[in-house]
Design a protein around this ligand. Structure first.
Ligand SMILES: Cc1cc2nc3c(=O)[nH]c(=O)nc-3n(C[C@H](O)[C@H](O)[C@H](O)COP(=O)(O)OP(=O)(O)OC[C@H]3O[C@@H](n4cnc5c(N)ncnc54)[C@H](O)[C@@H]3O)c2cc1C
Length: 360
């Protein structure tokens, strides 16, 4: 025990690193330790680019953090012993804490349908590697990840047959103008859209739909959404039905006041009382906010509540096209849309800015 306040940040993704960046500036007297299973920070928001064969930037976490006097422990966190206030690690000594920032993010949801874990690729985390086949690929899930991946693969591999399957039209949540651009762009790239597709099984040869038909593909990518690690539930923290940490208005666990949560792994109330969606766009500000809340309480002050509003959603549609949908504070689309090369440029700047914001 050094007398310093010991803050252990679990997860070196956008939320955990944003928290570390802020804490090292505001809580200089604290001992800050970041734990991650990975040695490198690889931009998750570019994983569709990597899947299409592009080299994407990566940074050595130890170098990046220890240069700023933040301790880095590369290990898998397996438990939080809340009674003894220790984070339990696999193959490494446990870490005592005064405060934990829980930012373990999310992973591919491979459990929901038979055959996904065995036969489908995913692009949800840096550990997920996909091999682009000759012939055809079926991408299941027409949300942002599925759309970005479909466009990227179709642009990079013009001879590949790219089939995008979803319950609804891709981008059904966007404004009519944005949807129109999206449909035009996917058509230009030759992406085949299958709407109303309920996939009930993934096989080595494609996906089986609820109506009994088979959509054939040499490779399937599962992009239906993310799920969160089980550690919070395992450690006895109050969680929702998906395992995300339930937080109060200061992102503190409702069951364990020494634990805060940010990013994809937390349930966070946003504008209009809608939960914040899983996004880099929410992970960075919530990570930063958590740091301020922790620092305030260390100083004996009560933090103000998280103030967050959405500004836009951005989608890359290959390297030469994109879509910026401006939104109301609660994420509902408004009429302003930017498309084409300008949008691709803006999206690239946003992604670069996100990486900078994750650098302590
Ligand atoms: C292809 C793709 C494109 C995307 N594009 C966008 C976009 O354009 N805009 C946007 O806003 N969002 C986008 N997202 C979503 C965004 O990447 C995530 O919402 C964001 O990364 C969440 O940040 P996080 O810090 O909460 O979690 P993560 O970035 O997932 O970081 C969690 C960290 O915790 C570590 N970890 C997990 N479990 C353990 C453990 N037990 N022990 C030790 N370490 C552990 C992981 O290794 C990881 O480094 C995209 C996602 C994908 C996959």
């Amino acid at each position: 025990m050094t007398g310093q306040h010991r803050i252990v940040i679990l997860g070196a993704g956008y939320a955990g690193l944003a928290a570390a960046r802020r804490l090292v500036r505001t809580a200089r007297d604290a001992q800050i330790t970041v734990v991650d299973a990975k040695a490198k920070f690889i931009e998750r928001v570019r994983l569709h680019q990597r899947a299409a064969g592009q080299a994407i930037p990566e940074w050595d976490l130890r170098e990046m953090l220890e240069n700023k006097n933040i301790r880095f422990v590369r290990a898998v966190a397996t438990d939080i012993d809340t009674a003894r206030k220790r984070v339990v690690l696999a193959a490494a000594p446990a870490l005592d804490y005064d405060t934990v920032v829980y930012a373990l993010g999310s992973i591919a949801d491979t459990e929901s349908v038979p055959g996904v874990a065995e036969h489908a690729y995913s692009v949800a985390t840096p550990a997920d590697q996909m091999v682009v086949p000759a012939g055809s690929v079926a991408i299941v899930g027409a949300g942002p990840t599925g759309i970005e991946l479909a466009a990227e693969l179709a642009e990079s591999f013009p001879d590949l047959r790219v089939r995008l399957l979803g319950a609804q039209e891709p981008g059904a949540w966007l404004s009519p103008r944005a949807q129109e651009h999206l449909q035009r762009t996917l058509a230009r790239l030759g992406v085949e859209i299958h709407v109303g597709a309920k996939v009930i099984e993934v096989t080595p040869h494609g996906v089986r739909l609820a109506d009994g038909s088979l959509v054939e593909a040499e490779a399937t990518v599962w992009a239906t959404g993310f799920r969160v690690p089980e550690l919070a539930a395992h450690a006895g923290l109050a969680v929702d039905h998906t395992g995300r940490v339930l937080t109060d208005a200061t992102l503190r666990s409702v069951s364990h006041p020494d634990i805060y949560a940010a990013g994809d792994a937390a349930v966070i109330a946003g504008p209009g009382d809608r939960e914040l969606r899983m996004a880099c766009a929410t992970a960075l500000p919530t990570g930063k906010y958590v740091a301020d809340a922790v620092t305030a309480r260390m100083r004996g002050n009560e933090p103000g509540q998280l103030r967050f509003r959405y500004v836009f959603q951005c989608l890359s549609l290959g390297r030469r096209d994109g879509l910026i949908q401006f939104v109301h504070a609660d994420d509902a689309p408004n009429r302003m849309v930017l498309t084409g090369r300008k949008a691709a440029w803006v999206k690239e700047q946003v992604v670069r800015g996100a990486a900078r914001a994750a650098h302590p």
